[in-house]
Design a protein around this ligand. Structure first.
Ligand SMILES: *[C@@H]1O[C@H](CO)[C@@H](O)[C@H](O)[C@H]1NC(C)=O
Ligand SMILES: *[C@@H]1O[C@H](CO)[C@@H](O)[C@H](O)[C@H]1NC(C)=O
Ligand SMILES: *[C@@H]1O[C@H](CO)[C@@H](O)[C@H](O)[C@H]1NC(C)=O
Ligand SMILES: *[C@@H]1O[C@H](CO)[C@@H](O)[C@H](O)[C@H]1NC(C)=O
Length: 462
């Protein structure tokens, strides 16, 4: 319930519309413009059409977040791998499923699970210690599921702050001593366990930039506790962050790509042997404020509708797996050899230019929406009959048309903005970024020991 209350509170605070404030942040610190401004102003669009400002924010955030992807995927500039999974057994989901059904009846019946299982920790593979769930709130604005955030405690005594849960980056940061920040902040003076390091912290997320210093303190989530977590205490943020209800961000990709050069919160939990298995599962809701969660050390079978399919990692940097193509419907498939980063912190799906062009070429009467939204965006006939799927190891995984459709762009409702967007120049030519429009249909599992990503059909679609 705390999340609902917080949600209502921050909506009140953050009511100003997305605006372009040019190139300086409120504190006068210059904001580095993104690699390429891909989304133009679309002032003439009225409020019942898809919000160009949101599209702009998202695209710019992705561009900066993946600015170093090319180097990282080649193994350049990485921090040492702390191998936090050392000593953990491989997770056997058949055994876990048998454990689960032994206490929930022999027949998998999602309807029954949904109607009878309250989602709390006690319903998850009972009897096994070393797992815990972090509830997440779906920030649903203007019909979009914009981001998913959950609670963490910082310092001693614990200060409750919320963080965007992001499998596409590896830093943890929250505002602190930030005069212009409007949301709850981390108060170093109120924590008896706070330690300063004297090192600077900088993170770029789109035209949004956040900076401050690296600190160490206790960070915890329910029973999980890290004594000496390194994180960014951010004393300035560019305006763009003020639209959002979460105070900070928690990266759950590999610490090897963290700007701090330190293990992530999850990796520190693993290193201190607090979990049964070295993995986490993520459920994202569709259009529903409550019900999303991270399952630390577990897969929550109440959120899945069938078995998990596993895909080996291509790189332990982002959570990357091999992708071999994209279909627009049952008869149209475009093959491409891609490396796909599974990223809860990105709303849409980003593909290389040529793949995006080929994808939209399979949808009659679709066209580039560069004029309205900037390079990379496409529109398609709202009435198009689509059956979009991404192919991993030859297996097809659907993106629902209502998730792909970002909404009409013109008042006549004939053309809609597509949620598959081109990444543009400056990125590895085979990089795909797989965000929430996909993950709302697929429960995702991030497994350190098995060096793999799992995908299982989400209960959202049942
Ligand atoms: C907005 O629309 C009007 C009328 O349709 C047009 O004259 C004007 O140039 C448009 N403005 C922009 C910024 O596109
Ligand atoms: C996984 O667990 C099942 C059920 O207990 C068992 O039959 C299977 O051999 C296990 N697989 C591995 C690879 O250990
Ligand atoms: C299944 O249950 C047993 C006994 O509680 C436990 O030791 C084992 O780790 C569980 N396996 C999985 C994969 O959850
Ligand atoms: C699943 O459970 C629901 C509600 O209890 C029931 O109506 C339905 O028949 C069950 N389906 C199967 C396949 O057992």
């Amino acid at each position: 319930m705390i999340h609902l209350a917080l949600f209502a509170f921050v909506l009140g605070v953050c009511s100003h519309p997305l605006e372009d404030h040019g190139s300086s942040s409120p504190g006068g610190i210059p904001v580095k413009l993104s690699v390429k401004r891909i989304v133009a102003r679309a002032d003439n669009l009225t409020s019942n059409v898809v919000d160009a400002g949101s599209a702009k924010w998202e695209a710019q955030r992705v561009l900066n977040k993946y600015a170093l992807a090319s180097q990282f995927l080649q193994g350049i500039g990485l921090n040492p791998n702390a191998h936090p999974e050392t000593g953990y057994p491989i997770f056997n989901d058949t055994a876990a499923w048998l454990n689960y059904t032994s206490s929930h009846g022999p027949t998998r019946n999602v309807t029954r699970l949904l109607s009878t299982d309250a989602v709390d920790d006690s319903t998850l593979t009972p009897g096994i210690p070393g797992l815990t769930t972090m509830p997440m709130t779906d920030y649903n604005a203007a019909g979009y599921d914009m981001l998913y955030y959950g609670p963490l405690q910082f310092g001693t005594p614990g200060q409750a702050l919320t963080v965007d849960v992001d499998t596409g980056s590896a830093d943890l940061w929250v505002p602190s001593n930030c005069g212009t920040c409007t949301l709850p902040q981390y108060k170093t003076k109120s924590s008896s366990t706070y330690k300063s390091t004297g090192h600077k912290f900088t993170a770029n997320y789109g035209i949004g930039q956040a900076g401050g210093k690296i600190v160490h303190d206790v960070v915890s989530m329910k029973t999980l506790r890290v004594q000496n977590q390194a994180f960014g205490a951010v004393n300035y943020e560019s305006d763009n962050f003020y639209e959002y209800p979460n105070s900070g961000l928690m990266g759950l990709a590999f610490g090897v790509i963290s700007t701090i050069g330190q293990p992530t919160f999850f990796e520190n939990i693993l290193k201190s042997q607090q979990l049964e298995f070295a993995l986490f599962g993520i459920h994202l809701t569709r259009n529903q404020v409550d019900g999303s969660e991270v399952c630390f050390g577990c897969i929550d079978f109440t959120k899945t509708a069938d078995r998990v399919a596993w895909f080996p990692l291509k790189s332990k940097t982002y959570w990357t797996i091999a992708m071999d193509g994209i279909a627009s419907d049952a008869d149209h498939f475009h093959s491409a050899e891609l490396i796909a980063a599974i990223d809860t912190g990105t709303s849409m799906v980003y593909l290389p230019d040529d793949v995006t062009t080929n994808f939209y070429a399979m949808i009659p009467d679709s066209r580039s929406a560069e004029m309205e939204y900037g390079a990379g965006y496409y529109v398609f006939p709202c009435s198009a009959k689509l059956s979009i799927s991404l192919s991993f190891s030859g297996q097809k995984f659907e993106i629902r048309t209502d998730d792909f459709n970002m909404g009409p762009i013109l008042n006549n409702g004939e053309e809609c903005l597509g949620g598959i967007v081109s990444l543009g120049d400056g990125f590895p030519s085979n990089l795909a970024i797989i965000g929430d429009i996909f993950l709302k249909s697929w429960y995702s599992v991030y497994d350190y020991t098995g060096a793999r990503v799992g995908l299982a059909p989400s209960v959202n679609n049942t």
